[in-house]
Design a binder for this molecule. Structure first.
Ligand SMILES: NC(=O)c1ccc[n+]([C@@H]2O[C@H](COP(=O)([O-])OP(=O)(O)OC[C@H]3O[C@@H](n4cnc5c(N)ncnc54)[C@H](O)[C@@H]3O)[C@@H](O)[C@H]2O)c1
Length: 262
């Protein structure tokens, strides 16, 4: 029997020192909170987002906080754009060790029998194909870095349960969990850990179009009695990316205020 001892981390402020992380969809919400938390841990962070101006502003804010951050425009629905963002990380910081595939959209709320076909395609392209394209270009570069890198894909509680009115989103997030398990099966032996997280409803701009009644309805679904905060999801993502999670691979971790417990 052999065991690999893991050195206890004593300095969380430096646990990602010298590592480069790419966070997709990090101009706001969960992505931005994760990029900030990684940067505070010493990582170089690439803020990659469809919202180019938002990405620039987010990177400037992080730099003003003492974080090594750079922004790049990214559309995860376009393989060439994803490839270019990964190359940007390499050109700017010398490599890629960590990735958080977080970019996503909500889509309309309509029953399956009336769901707009174009909207379905858009949600699947962004939330599912975008995660595949991201891993497709990240994994070879992370493997080449040979630093025992890690990837976290941002799914949702809706990667394990359904939600009326959101067929495309639910299908995409279930797919993200499957992509995660497959990549972990392929890359764990190479020291690259791939995991997924399943946030409950989180108070971010993604929910901005919701009226108060709908918002309160969502709150009532969480036994915790509130929605989550981006920073609470970021803590889980960052833990999974860290060496503290050295034997956690191929799994899907909820952060949902007990939403799926009832
Ligand atoms: N907010 C929630 O309740 C919640 C719950 C579970 C999971 N999630 C997931 O968390 C992730 C982040 O969402 P958020 O709540 O922080 O929302 P958000 O809207 O604040 O952030 C999403 C970011 O993704 C970017 N983006 C959208 N399409 C893109 C594309 N094609 N290419 C690149 N970037 C793109 C947006 O510009 C935005 O900055 C999403 O995958 C979402 O599905 C959110």
């Amino acid at each position: 029997m052999s065991t690999t001892p893991v050195a206890p981390v004593t300095d969380y402020a430096a646990e990602f020192a010298g590592k480069t992380a790419l966070v997709t969809g990090s101009a706001s919400g969960i992505g931005l909170a994760t990029a900030r938390r990684l940067g505070r841990g010493g990582a170089n962070v690439v803020i990659a987002d469809f919202n180019e101006q938002g990405a620039k502003e987010a990177a400037e804010t992080l730099v003003s906080e003492g974080i090594k951050a750079a922004a790049v425009a990214l559309d995860v629905t376009k393989p060439a754009s994803v490839e270019a963002a990964v190359q940007f990380a390499v050109d700017t910081f010398g490599g890629l060790d960590l990735a958080v595939n977080n970019a996503g959209i909500g889509g309309p709320s309509t029953p399956t029998g009336a769901y707009d076909i174009d909207a379905y395609d858009r949600v699947i392209r962004t939330n599912l194909d975008g995660v595949f394209y991201s891993m497709r270009y990240e994994l070879p570069v992370i493997e080449a870095a040979a630093t025992g890198g890690a990837i976290v894909n941002v799914a949702s509680i809706l990667g394990s349960v359904g939600f009326a009115g959101s067929p495309a989103y639910v299908a995409a997030k279930h797919g993200v969990v499957g992509l995660t398990k497959t990549a972990a099966a392929e890359y764990s032996a190479k020291g690259i850990r791939v995991n997924a997280v399943g946030p409950g409803f989180i108070d971010t701009p993604l929910l901005k179009e919701m009226d108060k009644a709908a918002y309160d309805g969502l709150v009532s679904l969480h036994p915790a009695g509130r929605l989550g905060q981006s920073e609470e999801v970021a803590e889980l993502i960052v833990f999974l990316l860290s060496d503290r999670a050295s034997f956690i691979a191929g799994s899907y971790h909820l952060v949902d205020g007990a939403y799926t417990a009832v």
